[in-house]
Ligand binder design. Sequence first.
Ligand SMILES: [Fe+2]
Ligand SMILES: [Fe+2]
Length: 145
Amino acid sequence: MSIQWEESLKLGVAAIDEQHEEIFKHFSTLTESLQKGEGSSVVLDMLAYLDQYTATHFKDEEVLMELHHYPKLELQRQQHSRFRENVAILSEKVANNAPKQEIAIKIDAELIKYFITHIRKLDRELVEFITSRFADLSFKVKGES
Ligand SMILES: [Fe+2]
Ligand SMILES: [Fe+2]
């Protein structure tokens, strides 16, 4: 699949957008390697990166959701943990000598797709919720003055 960061993935909260954009550089590295038939050479780095990246990124989003009493926090949490579980499962397979090229294809076809769908649906709803709260707030402040 084509993995390019594009404007339509931007949600409007810089802290989240910057983190999302960062992961796409790594997605591109994986897909380019796969196209050259060298997917197996980047699998270990990619899985380590995904583990470390999601620990930070998902936590940052969840803190933001708690702060805003976001009603869909649980759903986000579930999807975040499912993604991390899948990273752990693939890492375990690699540790048990599964063919690295196959794992690279799985990361490309499943994890990346899952992440992009998550941004387009759940993260977009989150940002819309937060920005609408800010809009309400500025309205109230203006109304009081
Ligand atoms: Fe996200
Ligand atoms: Fe998220």
